[in-house]
Write a protein of this length. Structure first.
Length: 211
């Protein structure tokens, strides 16, 4: 499925769900702008348990004070995911290629915050603890930290890293829940969508830069 982010991502990275609302409130993420928000940074993702999705990519086209504007694309042949994506404004279909531009994410040394694309608000603060929550702007829903590694136990490429898992209950577009995994050095490293029918789609994410 496409991940608008971020995210991602980003995710996944520039092709996820859209709330279609811009976050106009004051930022509370803190930290200094991350190199992961620099123009030219690229993100890629791949599906681990769903067929019909490939070549998921995104790049930072502009950046200001740590807020990166992303553009992304993916090849989608999965009929179920195509149906979900067709309901998201701003998606551009060219045959089996789906493109999206204008996702905005604030990426700093302190964490990641969705500005436009994913539901607006903090996705992760790296110094958070299990049980901490982040309010989603304009909604009663929250994102909640459900686990935080103390050992390098999350697979990332050819190594293992520490990761935080953030859970977001969702009620839009046939999606019941979104799970995010993040690391203080590598940013958003995974995103998973749990659908109303019990199926899921998980996407590991990698970036060409890091904190």
């Amino acid at each position: 499925m496409k991940n608008k982010l971020f995210l991602l991502g980003i995710i996944c990275l520039g092709l996820t769900l859209s709330s279609c609302e811009k976050y106009l409130g004051g930022s509370s993420i803190g930290g200094t702008p991350s190199p992961m928000a620099d123009v030219g940074t690229t993100y890629s993702a791949w599906a681990t348990n769903v067929e019909g999705v490939g070549s998921i990519e995104a790049s930072v086209s502009s950046s200001k004070s740590g807020v990166a504007t992303l553009k992304g694309s993916a090849l989608v042949t999965n009929p179920h995911l195509k149906t979900v994506l067709a309901n998201i404004p701003d998606m551009v279909f060219t045959g089996e290629k789906v493109s999206l531009d204008g996702i905005q994410v604030k990426n700093t040394s302190a964490g990641i915050e969705s500005v436009y694309g994913l539901a607006p608000g903090i996705i992760v603060k790296y110094d958070s603890n299990v049980g901490d929550t982040y309010k989603i702007a304009g909604s009663s829903e929250v994102r909640k930290v459900v686990s935080k590694s103390t050992d390098d136990d999350y697979p990332y490429g050819f190594m293992y890293i520490k990761a935080m898992k953030i859970e977001e209950n969702h009620t839009k577009m046939g999606i019941k829940k979104i799970n995010y995994w993040a690391n203080h050095k590598w940013g958003l490293v995974g995103i998973e969508f749990i659908f109303d029918d019990g199926s899921s789609a998980k996407f590991p994410i990698s970036s060409s830069t890091n904190n």
